[in-house]
Design a binder for this molecule. Structure first.
Ligand SMILES: C[S@@+](CC[C@H](N)C(=O)[O-])C[C@H]1O[C@@H](n2cnc3c(N)ncnc32)[C@H](O)[C@@H]1O
Length: 214
């Protein structure tokens, strides 16, 4: 059932995402990705909506996406942009790439949906070079305890089922710290351009680093 819901989500998400780009999300993507260079891995790339935003300094782009339909669209997007992107089948919890090999790992609106957040972050840390960056744009749980309780209830009865496993009440910032990243470069911001209930959640934007000393 959950599998079928995710496949359904994969069908309507690209159209929904396209409607958000002109409402500020596209500009956020550009700002977030502009400083990147070298070898970059994008996890949960969806239909490749970030691909046009990567700068020339990114010398190799590898993307992982578990949904077949979104993977096909991502490959089409890379071809349309005439950009060399390797799009792989895989999940954040078991990344199909070698350890210590990427300068940056990008997630945008993905960590809210992964099945096992701690495992996904451990995998992201594994594949980063020492000093490498997890670069993310993620909506996270409210800091207000009552609102957070409401988010958890809403996720359980409706939201996660309807929106491809997404959770509005996830404390992704705490999980990033728990995974051993240095998170000074991650800022919590409101981004009102997303529809309710995501418009009330804070967003984590920026980068967290794998320590140089292991
Ligand atoms: C809301 S969409 C975001 C897509 C794109 N990153 C964006 O910024 O629009 C969530 C994406 O996460 C992917 N996803 C869900 N669970 C995942 C997992 N365990 N590992 C990797 N990607 C996952 C979904 O297939 C989907 O492409």
């Amino acid at each position: 059932m959950a599998r079928r819901r995710r496949r359904l989500f994969a069908r309507w998400y690209p159209g929904f995402a396209a409607s958000l780009e002109p409402r500020g999300l596209g500009a956020y993507r550009t700002r977030l990705l502009a400083p990147l260079s070298g070898r970059v891995l994008e996890v949960g790339c969806g239909h490749g909506v970030n691909f046009p935003h990567y700068p020339e300094a990114v010398t190799e782009l590898v993307a992982v996406e578990p949904e077949a339909h979104l993977r096909d669209l991502a490959r089409e997007q890379a071809a349309a942009l005439d950009r060399d992107v390797t799009v792989l089948d895989g999940r954040a919890e078991a990344l199909p790439v070698e350890s210590g090999s990427f300068d940056s790992v990008v997630t945008t609106l993905v960590l809210c949906s992964v099945g096992d957040l701690d495992r996904a972050l451990a995998e992201i840390r594994r594949v980063l070079k020492p000093g490498g960056a997890l670069v993310c744009l993620e909506h996270v749980a409210s800091a207000n305890r009552a609102v957070r309780a409401g988010e958890h209830a809403f996720d359980a009865v409706f939201w996660s089922h309807a929106f491809g496993g997404c959770h509005t009440g996830r404390d992704t910032g705490a999980a990033i710290a728990r995974a051993g990243f240095e998170a000074k470069g991650l800022k919590a911001k409101r981004y009102p351009g997303l529809p309710f209930p995501l418009s009330v959640s804070p967003h984590l934007i920026g980068s967290a680093h794998k320590p140089v000393q292991l």
